[in-house]
Design a protein around this ligand. Structure first.
Ligand code: FE2
Length: 209
């Protein structure tokens, strides 16, 4: 049984490795190719734009300085950058995700970081791309950081990302109202999300409407 599990893991690792190799090929293309790929996926682009808006508002509410708030906005727009290297078919898969699918999708944080390493170095943007799926309780991915080990900019984008996903549910599910989303996120305050950011969202939520 253990051997079967190890083989399965090896296959998954090889797949993630393949995506990294795809990136090495990709990085040799002109930067415009990267921009075009991000633009190509309309859903991803629109989601990223809204997450950027929400993240900047939350950064201001968390009293980050003006320059940092603008960087948070830029980083939030690029938070899912690594997904440009994952097939559109998989990104749009609505249900029955296999373990292999999940592993590939989870790899997007590291892929995004690799893309960025080859272009613009910027700590805030790197932190957002690398850590926006970490959880307050330490059970996120890919590095399993917890609480304030997770940079504030990534904690902000984590909330903004979930907020937007719930407000704009995929076609097979009903979108939630602002209040329904706040109530849902509150249930995971201190589990998935930084409690201070959830409090800000709850008190000053009108900025999101
Ligand atoms: Fe993501």
């Amino acid at each position: 049984m253990k051997k079967k599990y190890e083989i399965k893991n090896k296959i998954l690792n090889n797949l993630c490795e393949f995506l990294t190799l795809k990136f090495i090929f990709f990085k040799n293309e002109k930067k415009q190719v990267l921009a075009d790929s991000y633009n190509f996926n309309k859903e991803l682009k629109e989601h990223s734009f809204r997450v950027a808006e929400y993240s900047q508002i939350l950064a201001e509410l968390m009293c980050l300085d003006t320059k940092k708030c603008k960087e948070v906005r830029r980083g939030a727009y690029l938070h899912d950058l690594g997904k440009v290297l994952i097939s559109k078919k998989l990104l749009e898969k609505r249900e029955n995700l296999s373990e292999k699918d999940s592993q590939i999708l989870k790899h997007h944080s590291k892929l995004g970081l690799k893309i960025l390493e080859e272009s613009d170095r910027n700590t805030i943007i790197e932190n957002i791309i690398a850590y926006h799926h970490e959880r307050w309780d330490g059970k996120g991915y890919p590095f399993k950081l917890k609480e304030r080990e997770i940079p504030i900019e990534a904690r902000i984008v984590s909330v903004a990302d979930s907020y937007d996903i719930l407000r704009n549910k995929r076609s097979n599910k009903k979108p939630l109202s602002h209040q329904e989303v706040v109530d849902t996120l509150k249930k995971f305050s201190g589990v998935y999300y930084d409690p201070d950011i959830i409090i800000m969202l709850e008190i000053f939520g009108e900025h999101f409407n």
